[in-house]
Unconditional design. Structure first.
Length: 79
């Protein structure tokens, strides 16, 4: 079986080139959060504790002063 694919870098560049996409991808930062209430994946422990290469929280709740967009990917496979 042959499966066509594109490198992840190319897919991300194509995705982020769409007008308004970066803003939409960053919109989770503005969602309401209440401790102990899990309403989405961002309420899980990994999202609360994962650090970037500089030791800062990767998923910072609020606006980052460095204006960087952190992108995480989840992968699912079906047989």
């Amino acid at each position: 079986m042959v499966t066509p694919y594109s490198p992840l870098r190319d897919l991300l560049m194509e995705l982020l080139a769409q007008p308004g996409m970066e803003k939409e991808m960053d919109a989770w930062r503005d969602l309401p959060y209440a401790e102990g209430i899990y309403s989405g994946i961002w309420d899980g422990e990994i999202w609360q504790t994962l650090k970037d290469t500089e030791g800062r929280l990767f998923f910072f709740f609020g606006k980052r002063s460095d204006n960087k967009l952190g992108i995480s990917l989840t992968v699912g496979f079906d047989e």
